[in-house]
Design a protein around this ligand. Structure first.
Ligand SMILES: Cc1cc2nc3c(=O)[nH]c(=O)nc-3n(C[C@H](O)[C@H](O)[C@H](O)COP(=O)(O)O)c2cc1C
Length: 282
């Protein structure tokens, strides 16, 4: 079993202390290969906001020869991923945000199904909950089965280590159980709605040159009767909701992509979606 800890702090600090403790506890439960990926030590340039990865493909990213694909490779090989970051200025450090930005095309083309994720945030005083919630959103959107979150205060409070250890032990138990259990879980209502809205969009905006469209087609996600990314029985309530939302949103999408969808995407890329007088972006 391979576990990859993606470390978002710009230093080897409290996050490392906590993760070493977690690694120790995890290995008491089961033998795992445990790897640390320090974002501070990899070469990951800033996202330039060109949108090429979404529409033209991640291979068209203008940033070449950095470590993006090597990082992806590590995630692909892992059974479980731990997102770890401290709270900096009310949210995750820029390093980690850039990591999510650079891999943002995976929100459109999720690929990590069958992998387990957990999220950990160490904070001075506050904000960790918001961050682990964000990890949950990112991981779920990328296809992971997010099973647990852990928030830890690193202030010097009497008896803190004992409490932290208890939390870490619980986290390890949940993580190991998920890694050894059913990897493909029933999705939340939000995930089902996300799938059905995108499916509807790609069935309306047919563009053979668009990478998102091609990916969805290749995965078989645009087929009639396909209810989710993977085969799973959905409850009636979720199916009704997804159907209703599609009926409500369909006319809007049809309007948005009336004519040539390829042109609509191109207009978006060229900043022509919003037209104001007196505005010139040079
Ligand atoms: C630049 C900076 C900003 C911070 N902002 C916050 C914050 O907004 N909320 C908070 O609770 N702690 C904040 N902290 C405290 C850290 O979250 C805390 O010390 C954390 O355990 C540091 O982890 P690290 O040593 O792994 O980087 C901040 C620390 C730094 C250096």
């Amino acid at each position: 079993m391979r576990v990859l800890a993606i470390m978002g702090s710009p230093r080897k600090g409290y996050g490392t202390i906590i993760m070493q403790q977690l690694e120790h506890q995890l290995k008491l439960l089961q033998e795992v290969e445990f790897e640390y990926l320090y974002l501070k030590d990899v070469n990951l340039e800033s996202c330039r906001g060109c949108h090429s990865c979404f529409f033209k493909g991640e291979d068209k990213c203008p940033v070449r020869n950095d470590d993006r694909d090597a990082i992806l490779n590590k995630i692909d090989k892992a059974d479980g991923v731990i997102f770890v970051a401290p709270a900096y200025a009310l949210h995750i450090p820029a390093l980690m945000k850039n990591f999510f930005d650079r891999l943002a095309y995976i929100f459109h083309r999720p690929r990590f199904f069958g992998k387990i994720a957990i999220g950990i945030c160490n904070q001075g005083i506050a904000d960790a909950k918001k961050i682990t919630k964000y990890f949950n959103q990112v991981a779920n959107s990328w296809g992971f089965n997010f099973v647990h979150h852990l928030e830890i205060r690193t202030m010097p409070i009497e008896g803190a280590e004992r409490k932290i250890n208890k939390k870490i032990k619980k986290t390890c138990k949940v993580f190991i159980k998920a890694l050894n259990g059913k990897r493909y879980q029933k999705p939340s209502l939000g995930s089902v709605l996300g799938f059905s809205i995108r499916k509807m969009l790609h069935r309306i905006a047919i563009d053979e040159t668009n990478t998102d469209y091609k990916y969805w087609l290749e995965q078989g996600w645009l087929e009639d009767g396909k209810q989710y990314y993977y085969d799973i029985r959905l409850g009636i309530f979720k199916r009704i909701f997804a159907g209703l939302l599609s009926v409500i949103l369909k006319p809007q999408f049809k309007k948005m992509f009336a004519g040539d969808p390829h042109q609509a995407y191109n207009q978006y890329l060229k900043l022509e979606s919003l037209k104001f007088e007196n505005v010139v972006v040079s």
